[in-house]
Design a protein around this ligand. Sequence first.
Ligand SMILES: *[C@@H]1O[C@H](CO)[C@@H](O)[C@H](O)[C@H]1NC(C)=O
Ligand SMILES: *[C@@H]1O[C@H](CO)[C@@H](O)[C@H](O)[C@H]1NC(C)=O
Ligand SMILES: *[C@@H]1O[C@H](CO)[C@@H](O)[C@H](O)[C@H]1NC(C)=O
Length: 177
Amino acid sequence: MGIIFSIVAAKADDDELEETYKMSVYVHDYSSGGPNSTDIAVVGIPGKIWSFTQFGTLFVCDDAITEGPEPNSEPVGRVQGISVTTSLEGIRALVAFSIVFTNKAYNGSTIEVQGNSNQFDSVREYGVASGTGKFLYAQGYVTYETYFFDPWTSYAVSRCNISIRMPPRHHWCTLIS
Ligand SMILES: *[C@@H]1O[C@H](CO)[C@@H](O)[C@H](O)[C@H]1NC(C)=O
Ligand SMILES: *[C@@H]1O[C@H](CO)[C@@H](O)[C@H](O)[C@H]1NC(C)=O
Ligand SMILES: *[C@@H]1O[C@H](CO)[C@@H](O)[C@H](O)[C@H]1NC(C)=O
């Protein structure tokens, strides 16, 4: 397993300093609606076609994250969450998802992402609201860029860059018994 995060500002064991992490990974999304889909429209406005450009359509995804762009590249985790088309003309969507790590270094930890973007922008940007495990008190943002798209199979690979920081550990709230 290669090094995914570069810790820019501090050593992880130094509780006086802010920790800053950057990571670039790839997300594999299958949205054909067929049996192996990982991103599916589950509800929408009755009588309308449930598509990502139709206001009110809600998708649920469980997409694989890998270190490189190839589907068989080293697994890092999953993107599990929802996307709702929230602008009336169908351009913008609200997303809320967890980056659930399954790799050795961060197994079980999560980064919680929420945001709203123009779905047609070449780079979509979302806020990082929080995290769990190794990423307690995380703040930052992620970008999504389409890296590859096969319209025949509705298979998309996006590059997801994660930039987060965590306050110095001595600022963390701790339970006092
Ligand atoms: C779904 O995945 C299975 C196992 O990888 C594969 O055998 C099958 O052909 C796939 N089906 C479709 C419709 O892609
Ligand atoms: C991650 O944790 C799960 C459950 O604790 C375990 O089954 C799995 O082997 C772990 N994966 C890695 C890569 O360490
Ligand atoms: C994402 O990271 C890669 C590799 O570091 C970089 O080449 C690319 O420009 C970044 N994308 C954005 C939108 O910042």
